[in-house]
Design a protein around this ligand. Sequence first.
Ligand code: ARG
Length: 458
Amino acid sequence: SEGMLWGGRFTGGIDPLMHQYNASISYDSRLFKEDILGSIAFARANAKSGIISNDDFVEIERGLHEVLKEWEGGHFVIKSNDEDIHTANERRLGEIIGKNIAGKLHTGRSRNEQVVCDMRMWLRERIREIDSQLVALVKVITGRAESEIDYLMPGYTHLQRAQPIRFSQWLMSFGFAFMNDVERLRECLKRVNKSPLGCGALAGNVFNIDREMMAKELGFDDILWNSMNAVSDRDFVTEFLQWGSLFMQHISRWAEDLIIYSTQEFGFIYIADAYSTGSSLMPQKHNPDGLELLRGKAGRAFGHMSGFMMTQKGLPSTYNKDLQESWEPMLDHVKTISDSIQIANGILSTLTIRPERMLAALDPFMLATDVAERLTKLGVPFRETHHIAGRCVAKSEELGIPMNELTLEQLKAIDSRFPDDIKEIFKYESSVEAKSARGGTSRSSILEQIKVLRAMLG
Ligand code: ARG
């Protein structure tokens, strides 16, 4: 334990595996910059309250900028005793400006506040990046929904042909889901962007440190108002893990639809080569690997979320080393989600649709509801019209001819109230256009949706 920053009361050596098991430097070192900025803010506030001299602060700040340069230049050398980014930076500062002054950096401070300060600053920036990536994806969706509004396809329930829709209606259904994700992410960011600095190990700061000043310098919106809460809270990580899980659930369903649509059997879309792979054995294969990974990585995201919730369940108050287990799920989640959004954007921007295959998959039975609705418009109660249309379906099956080829006489024989123009409803275009109430699949309703979604994008 000699050489460790906390080694004062320790006499025996540490088991080398225990040292490795305990260390977080392999993953938290990427937060060198947040850690250094947090330290500068802390030292400045300590100088303001007078517990360290202004000269000491100037020296500490100069030294920390040196350390930062080493990291940025790629020549910071991590030593075997560097347990985490906090101890590594402080050790190096001591080598540069001397231990006498460097030893004052940590005055009144605990790693318990420091670690969450770093994590919150880092996650805040990643959330902002993810926000703009997601906004870009929603823009691709609205763009395609607008330019490809002419194309009709089957809409499914239970994966059975249900009613005709516009391709754009499918696109926009995910546009709104992703936009809700954007809103939820912004809500999450509010709780991430609060400063724990000045909360000490758990009980607070004895040197009357100016917490607001540090928070402001570091770009936080507010301070955390309870010291015990500040050092034990990892809800900001959990909430992000939950947010990302819900987002990945959406992207996974989106991907699954596209996987189905890209099969030879459906053939509604063609995934660009850039997001597909071939088979090492079967030369004809064009597999939708990008989409399958979007679907598969959702499982990994849910695992991080539930795993970290289990880690926290039953922990006693304030800091316990278990909390260090928040790092890896957070880091991996950010990468998974950020990569996934960009891959989804690439796939959607480059896929080609095959409108003739979409049209060919429509069948007249998908207009059975329209048959019922035509009679309903004439005042026949819907429960009755539903039954009448059902008999048309049965007739068509019995005769083995498509429903739209039943003659007017055959239809009138089923129910004499069928109007002479009943066969007009056997048009897919009129069927989708009939869904003209807000939110429906008619052209005007979709154009309105696009407007609404763009307004939400701001
Ligand atoms: N590496 C630690 C973590 O990530 C930093 C906090 C250490 N605090 C402590 N009391 N040992 O949680």
